[in-house]
Ligand binder design. Structure first.
Ligand code: PMP
Length: 381
């Protein structure tokens, strides 16, 4: 029985929790303090910054530690509104961005946000993107690397290349990419964001990598004036351990695509009418977004939970709000279909047996739901 909600958050390993506990107990001094206790922590933060920057192929000054992707995405958009033009100009973002890009864009660039359409798989249409570039001459383009609900991979490298050619700032929300795919090419983005808890690190810590100095939070001048606030050293150290284990040269060892494909095949056979979102296009190896043939997603999730597996309706952010995310409408799902969406997302520790057991749980849950409907006569979606 296993956890399959890793796109929402991953379980930190024992090594990560031990490092954090140790740092909380021993390395609690303020890294900005002038004494040796503080200076030692400062030196460790700078060493971690150098190592992470080097594996990303960027210089250490470009990497700003912060609370994670929501803050990073807001930072870039707020900074862009203030600095990339005197009067907010146009920006382009995809229709399926995470709310931390979508809503921050609407806030910082009111009525200047233009949406890049996606096809039925949720992939942006490059020809439409090129036309929008010509039409609106944006100061910034933002596109996520991989979608949190479908796992669908966007052509972000191509968009980065086009933006570079045109001198347009390109921001990439790489939150679901790091820890699952390799790091190549991220240094061609003008900026990108990530959160440690998506790759086995702690929550509330991550980084913004930016080619220019940017800031949102002013305060004590930390992070070279880019992000005020005393640094979260235990979090940064925990993130670094997870980074070493899960983000460096990982692709060949952790790819679950085959197990996932077999799981999907079983469901397509056993639960006729099931749809796999983004089935025909490249997706992250760990993610499957299913539109199930019958019953609402919360009924599925609660049955499968009782059978020992944690799965999700889609993004945890939209679940908390009890409203559909931008994805369902963008890819043309109707209301009934969007209420039958269930997301399965594995991570490195999941085994082939976990995927086989998960498929069995779906089949058992379906039988239970059908039996209950037979007894109560309640008609669900
Ligand atoms: N972008 C994407 C694509 C995400 O999946 C998430 C987390 N669901 C975020 C941004 C925000 O990350 P955090 O909650 O760690 O700030």
């Amino acid at each position: 029985m296993a956890y399959f909600d890793n796109n929402s958050t991953t379980r930190p390993s024992l090594e990560v929790t031990e490092v954090i506990a140790h740092a909380l107990g021993e390395s609690w001094a303020n890294p900005s303090s002038p004494h040796r206790l503080g200076s030692r922590i400062r030196a460790q933060i700078e060493k971690i910054r150098e190592e992470m920057a080097s594996s990303l192929g960027v210089s250490p000054e470009c990497l700003i530690f912060n609370s994670g992707s929501t803050e990073s995405n807001n930072t870039i958009l707020s900074w862009a509104a203030r600095n990339l033009s005197s009067n907010p100009s146009n920006i382009l973002i995809s229709q399926v961005e995470h709310p931390s890009v979508l809503e921050a864009s609407m806030y910082y660039f009111p009525s200047k946000v233009h949406l890049i359409p996606v096809d039925r798989n949720g992939v942006i249409e490059l020809s439409a993107f090129q036309k929008l570039l010509d039409q609106f001459q944006p100061v910034l383009v933002s596109l996520l690397a991989a979608h949190n609900e479908t796992g669908v991979i966007q052509p972000w490298q191509e968009v980065a290349r086009i933006c570079k050619q045109r001198g347009v700032w390109f921001h990439c929300d790489a939150t679901q990419w790091l820890g699952k795919m390799n790091l190549d090419g991220l240094n061609h983005c003008s900026s990108f964001s990530f959160s440690a808890h998506k790759f086995g690190g702690p929550k509330g810590v991550g980084a913004l990598v930016s080619a220019s100095p940017v800031h949102l939070i002013k305060g004590g001048g930390q992070e070279k004036e880019s992000r005020g606030g005393t640094e979260n050293f235990p979090g940064i150290q925990g993130m670094h351990i997870a980074w070493e284990r899960n983000c460096l040269s990982l692709q060949s060892t952790h790819d679950h695509s085959e197990w996932k494909t077999n799981f999907e095949k079983t469901l397509l056979n056993e639960l006729p009418g099931t749809m796999i979102l983004g089935e025909g296009v490249p997706r992250l190896w760990n993610t499957s977004l299913l539109c199930l043939p019958d019953f609402d997603n919360l009924s599925w999730i609660s049955r499968i939970d009782r059978l020992g597996h944690q799965i999700s309706t889609g993004s945890a952010c939209s679940t908390a709000r009890a409203q559909p995310s931008s994805l369902a409408g963008a890819i043309g799902l109707d209301q009934s279909q969007s209420q039958r969406l269930v997301r399965v997302s594995s991570y490195i520790e999941n085994t082939e047996q976990d995927w086989l057991d998960l498929a069995d749980s779906f089949i058992a849950a379906y039988q239970q739901l059908l039996d209950e409907r037979g007894v109560t006569g309640v008609i669900t979606l």
